[in-house]
Design a binder for this molecule. Structure first.
Ligand SMILES: Cc1cc2nc3c(=O)[nH]c(=O)nc-3n(C[C@H](O)[C@H](O)[C@H](O)COP(=O)(O)OP(=O)(O)OC[C@H]3O[C@@H](n4cnc5c(N)ncnc54)[C@H](O)[C@@H]3O)c2cc1C
Length: 287
């Protein structure tokens, strides 16, 4: 059962941040509530005050300016899965958003809530990493921007400090000639594994590649070292290299045995699906 809660609905970032400072640990940021209300209902979190961000207009906008998609933190997964600007400038993100959970969660949950919660079994963060995305964090004193890789600190931990709000996600369009894809493996609603790739070919060789993996370890990660080994090789050779990189993937991703599968299974599938997603991104180049 949920205890009665006081609901504050500030209309500016400054007011929201001041409310968080005033109530301290007794207050929680509330966006869609898909995660937060579950935690409160199950007694995993305590709160007396919810600071609802949905009345802050700027957190609902989606714009494309100077090669950059700017997505407000309170835009829902469903809005993003249907958004023309996303389809045009970040199609793999459109696909990832369309795969989140089910229509109820996509209607309710926001991209900002997803990233701020940083559940390891999430979809959008993995694609956002191959776009070299950044986030804007703000409070009543100002704003700063940091890379998403730096924002994701660990499982359920981010660079947000107390009183901080995640305001905006900045997603640079991929360089001309580079195409992307996202694939996920799931047994339940939340993904067991998510892989994202952006690829540019030069003839039959890989000229540029970006790779990211989510869900296997505590947080979504770019695979920068592996990217370096794929430049200048054919797709067939890239697939072999990725399947052989178990040691590197194990050390970077730190997989664990859990209800979704054994660590060995997840590592094996990561190698296979990285090959698949690189191939899918490359096939998109011929469209
Ligand atoms: C049944 C189920 C299945 C799911 N399946 C998937 C899936 O397949 N893929 C996937 O990616 N996700 C999945 N999710 C997670 C879902 O996408 C996220 O729960 C949702 O996006 C969270 O957004 P929200 O707006 O509801 O966040 P809330 O529940 O409102 O908040 C989540 C947390 O983030 C904090 N917070 C929210 N917004 C901000 C902000 N702007 N600044 C600072 N802190 C903030 C809150 O205080 C809270 O701690 C699933 C969730 C459920 C319940």
């Amino acid at each position: 059962m949920l205890q009665p809660l006081q609901l504050l609905q500030p209309t500016t970032v400054g007011d929201a941040s001041r409310a968080l400072a005033e109530f301290g640990d007794r207050a929680k940021v509330y966006a869609g509530g898909a995660e937060l209300l579950l935690l409160l209902r199950n007694g995993l979190l305590d709160a007396e005050v919810l600071v609802d961000l949905k009345k802050i207009d700027r957190l609902h906008s989606v714009k494309f300016e100077s090669g950059l998609l700017r997505i407000g933190a309170c835009v829902t997964h469903r809005e993003l899965a249907d958004h023309a600007l996303l389809r045009q400038h970040a199609p793999a993100l459109t696909y990832a958003e369309s795969q989140v959970a089910n229509i109820r969660v996509r209607n309710q949950g926001t991209l900002g809530g997803n990233l701020a919660f940083n559940d390891p079994h999430s979809d959008p963060g993995t694609v956002l990493l191959i776009h070299n995305s950044s986030v804007a964090i703000g409070n009543d004193k100002g704003e700063q921007r940091i890379g998403l890789a730096e924002f994701f600190v660990d499982m359920y931990a981010t660079a947000l400090g107390s009183g901080d709000l995640l305001l905006e996600i900045e997603v640079p369009a991929l360089p001309d000639g580079m195409k992307s894809a996202y694939q996920r493996l799931h047994r339940y609603q939340r993904p067991t594994l998510g892989v994202a790739a952006a690829v540019q070919l030069d003839g039959d060789k890989i000229a540029k590649v970006r790779l990211a993996v989510g869900c296997v370890g505590p947080k979504a990660q770019r695979l920068s070292e592996l990217e370096g080994k794929l430049r200048g090789v054919t797709l067939a050779d890239a697939r072999k290299i990725m399947a052989q990189e178990k040691k590197y993937l194990r050390e970077l991703l730190r997989p664990v045995d859990d209800l979704l599968g054994s660590a060995e299974y997840k590592l094996y599938m990561t190698g296979v699906m990285l090959g698949d997603v690189v191939e899918e991104a490359s096939a998109t180049l011929e469209d």
